[in-house]
Design a protein around this ligand. Structure first.
Ligand code: PEP
Ligand code: MG
Length: 885
């Protein structure tokens, strides 16, 4: 590989026939989800290193390995397709992780016959998974061409070299005077397009304000400089292009700047963040489903965590990632900055490509504009100058963007000022890439504030929760997101999916006092004194009800018809286990062990885990504790696992499937679990099980570990029912399992094909959909009394769903600790037999809205036929996620 110059060469690892990557019969490779590259149908039986580098990954099944070059580029060589199935048969690895290899050195030998028989193809993709600022040049091979071992296969160039070339273009100078017709002025997206025109035609393009005496001009390479010209609709300007294709470039630039933008692209309606199109969809959804009118100054949202609150409204902006102030010198900080810019640029390019694939034009353009802005040489130069003054790369970037943001804000042009949020986004992204500290300090909040935010990450929520906000309102989010789960765990009333209007309205709202009614899905921004007084009364009634429920929380929950239902706790670790015990939990129904693995640089070791699991068991004092093995993938990611990017992570390698690629991680967890006492209180639960063999394999592994450790007792082993296949095959799972627990959050998402994190679908991804209910019914029937069936998804604490689940035959409900007293109180007022008689009627309804409505009616019939008698409240409320004020 030639690395010294501006090019990198990758050699053919084996003699073979070329297959373009996008024609490989595997959607992950063909969709370029892992990166660009080429595939070879091998004619040899040994793979050689295409370049010098370090072996940074070898699949346990020996069919794939990754090399990293000194320049940071990462290359995946994937021997054959579906070769993982062979479990390493026919493949001999000649290197191991950490080995330094030279180009041409043998990496692995394979038996082509064994592979041809056991895998779907021998086709071997060679993919650049991490470009680190390099760009793949167009491939010189056509499909079907034969390449010899060691021949040049791919060439990459430095992206910065490309830009340098464009900047030094020579040729005739041409110019043109035009009047800007863009209603929104020269904002980020047209500026990005202007730069693309310059690059496409290989010209140096400048925009000058007219009259020339004012002297303001900007090169099209710099988005900031272009926007700082402050050009608005009607501004005269001069375009100057230098290069052989200057005239053509000017034609394109003139067409761009003198054609008014389409309505949806005008800046007044341009999304400031990539989610606005989704929010529009959401608004439409909500309008359809929610027919009730909102009062003035009221906003509707979905109830993620029930409750009531009043308090001053605070718009929450997460703090900037912390970076060192002083640098370690230009030679260290400069490359650091470049690396971070390249990384973020690649992330944005990927996001743009994905949005384009999904037909989200506006989002794609915004990502493109952010990407172009990131490459702005003026911004980088401003940061470099600060590095020269002794700042760290992160601090230099922060200061450079502060100056730029202030300049935009002070431009006097509202549309330009509105782009400050975009700039802040770039500031945060790059600083995060340069920050070692993942535990950012949270800003101080006033006592009892109602927090408003675009969205929060789980760790941000944990940080603000320590300051005890009275409530939380999010523009985005969904009711089964992990932020919603955490809000429920902390009893913070929370509305989500309110829409972008929230932030705009919040800026105008009085900071004095707002009302958050997370029983009826409403935020009142300008409540009258009478409304505030009424809400204070309601809060007091709820407080008294909660007190009564708490007093009986340690008693069993026995329904009116004599069924005992265990109410257990969903927790994230030992600390919450103590809370669960204090709240009257009959055990732990779900310990999400992944919380132990989050917010760290590496996985916790066996002893750390054992102590945490032991503390949970000790806190529950002999009551059953279900600990779920690591459930990572989709919305929950661990950076240190470096899981490959796949187009559909929710359908990918997650939960128990991770065993294939991360066997050590899960073995360590099993050992830690087997280290606790008493083992008879321990219940190990596997997430995302889709068939009984997965459970069988883990049971065997557990058994041999228990023998190896000389244990006389065995923990119970169970499976989560989160996938329709598991619900439908519950009988075969029950042959292997000691218990089943239904994860209604994922079961709803997979049954309805509605992403649980997608705010546009949040109101429809409802567990009460008859299809989901039928799968729950099938699970209980499949278990046939041979093993217990619990529910640990959010449905267990839904006031309407919980009684129905019990009527469907579920034995145990697991909810956030704070909800235990209230759920027990509800069950004690329930006659399950009467509700069970209504099941055929409910399951025959057409959709979740109809089920909610009917169930609401049935559960309110407390006088004539007590299904669930409601205790006295001053205000009649229906506390369902679809109910609005
Ligand atoms: C579920 O899917 O319902 C569940 C409990 O698991 P999680 O929410 O952690 O995915
Ligand atoms: Mg789940």
């Amino acid at each position: 590989m030639s690395d010294a110059s501006q090019t990198l060469t990758l050699l053919a690892p084996v003699e073979g026939v070329v297959i373009p990557l996008n024609e490989v019969p595997d959607p992950v490779f063909a969709g370029l989800a892992l990166g660009e590259g080429i595939a070879l149908d091998p004619l040899g039986e040994c793979l050689h290193a295409p370049c010098d580098g370090e072996v940074v990954q070898c699949a346990r099944t020996r069919h794939a390995l990754t090399l990293r070059t000194d320049a940071g580029l990462e290359l995946l060589i994937h021997l054959g397709l579906d070769t993982v199935e062979l479990q390493g048969r026919g493949i001999e690895l000649l290197v191991t992780v950490g080995d330094q290899v030279r180009a041409g050195e043998p990496l692995c030998r394979f038996d082509a016959d064994v592979l041809a028989l056991g895998a779907s193809a021998l086709i071997t993709p060679i993919v650049v998974t991490e470009t680190a600022g390099w760009r793949l040049l167009p491939l010189r091979y056509a499909k079907g061409e034969r390449v010899a071992l060691g021949e040049t296969l791919m060439v990459l160039t430095r992206t910065s070299a490309e830009q340098g070339e464009a900047a030094t273009t020579k040729g005739p100078l041409v110019e043109r005077c035009i009047t800007l017709a863009l209603a929104a002025g020269l904002h980020a997206r047209p500026a990005a397009r202007l730069r693309a025109i310059a690059r496409e035609h290989d010209v140096n393009l400048e925009v000058h304000r007219e009259p020339a005496a004012e002297g303001a001009s900007a090169n099209a390479e710099s988005l900031s400089a272009l926007m700082n010209l402050g050009l608005v609709a009607g501004s005269p300007l001069r375009l100057i292009a230098q290069g052989a294709r200057g005239e053509v470039a000017l034609d394109a630039a003139e067409a761009l700047l003198t054609t008014p933008e389409a309505e949806e692209h005008a800046a007044g309606t341009t999304p400031a963040v990539p989610t606005q199109a989704l929010e529009k969809e959401l608004e439409k959804e909500l309008e359809k489903e929610l027919e009730k009118e909102l009062g003035a100054g009221e906003l509707a949202g979905l109830i993620a965590s029930q409750g009531l609150a009043t308090g001053p409204l605070i718009v929450y902006r997460p703090p900037l990632p912390s970076v060192p102030y002083d640098g370690e010198g230009e030679s260290v900080e400069s490359p650091r900055l470049k690396q971070a810019l390249n990384r973020i640029g690649e992330d944005l390019a990927k996001a743009e490509a994905q949005a384009t694939r999904q037909g989200q034009v506006a989002e794609a353009e915004i990502f493109a504009a952010h990407g172009a802005w990131l490459e702005d040489p003026n911004l980088e130069a401003a940061a470099e100058a600060r590095i020269g003054d002794g700042r760290s790369a992160g601090q230099a970037w922060r200061e450079a963007l502060d100056v730029e943001a202030e300049r935009l804000a002070a431009s006097g042009n509202d549309l330009m000022a509105a782009r400050v949020a975009d700039l802040r986004d770039l500031q945060r992204r790059v600083m995060a890439a340069l920050s070692n500290d993942h535990q950012e300090a949270s800003p101080e909040l006033p006592e009892g504030a109602v927090l408003v935010a675009e969205d929060l990450t789980p760790s941000e929520l944990v940080a603000v929760a320590d300051q005890h906000p009275a409530g939380l309102c999010l523009a985005g989010g969904g009711t089964t997101s992990h932020v919603a789960i955490l809000a429920r765990a902390r009893s913070i009333p929370c509305l989500v999916a309110i829409g972008q209007g929230l932030l705009e309205a919040a800026h105008e709202a009085s900071l004095e006092s707002v009302i958050l009614d997370a029983e009826n899905g409403c935020l009142a921004l300008k409540p009258t004194p009478i409304q505030l007084a009424e809400m204070a009364d309601r809060i007091e009634v709820r407080r008294q009800q909660a007190e009564t429920a708490r007093a009986a929380a340690h008693e069993p929950a026995i329904t009116l018809d004599g069924r005992t239902v265990e109410v257990r706790a969903n927790i994230g670790g030992a600390e919450e286990a103590r809370l669960a015990a204090e709240s009257g939990a009959d055990g732990v129904g779900l310990l999400r062990s992944e919380f132990l693995f989050l917010e760290r640089d590496s996985a916790p070791d066996e002893e750390f885990q054992r102590k945490e699991y032991q503390a949970a068991l000790t806190a529950l004092n002999g009551k059953p504790v279900i600990i779920r093995t690591l459930d990572i993938g989709a919305d929950k990611q661990l950076p240190y696992l470096r899981l490959p990017t796949v187009p559909n992570p929710a359908l990918g390698v997650r939960g128990v499937r991770l065993w294939q690629s991360q066997p050590k991680l899960l073995e360590t967890q099993l050992r830690a679990l087997l280290g606790v006492t008493p083992l008879k209180a321990l219940n190990i639960m596997l997430p995302m099980v889709s068939e009984a063999s997965e459970l069988h394999e883990v049971r065997q592994r557990l058994e041999s570990l228990a023998v190896e450790l000389g244990l006389s007792e065995r923990p119970r082993l169970g499976a989560m029912i989160e996938v329709p296949s598991a619900a439908l095959c519950a009988a075969s799972l029950a042959d292997e399992a000691d218990f089943l627990s239904i994860g209604t959050n994922d079961l709803t998402q997979y049954t309805l094909a509605m992403d649980r994190e997608d705010p546009a679908l949040a109101s429809r991804a409802d567990v009460l959909h008859p299809a989901v209910l039928r799968l729950i019914q099938a699970t209980v029937a499949g278990a046939g009394g041979r093993c217990s069936v619990g529910v640990c998804g959010s449905a267990a604490s839904d006031e309407l769903a919980a009684p129905l689940l019990v009527a469907l035959g579920v034995d145990e409900l697991s909810v956030e600790p704070a909800q235990i007293p209230a759920v027990k109180a509800t069950l004690r007022r329930l006659d399950t037999a009467v509700l069970a008689a209504k099941l055929p009627e409910l399951l025959a309804l057409h959709d979740a809205v109809a089920v909610r409505r009917r169930l609401g009616e049935l559960l309110a019939l407390n006088d004539a036929a007590p299904l669930a008698t409601s205790s006295t409240t001053t205000t009649p409320t229906t506390t369902t996620p679809l109910t609005r004020c």
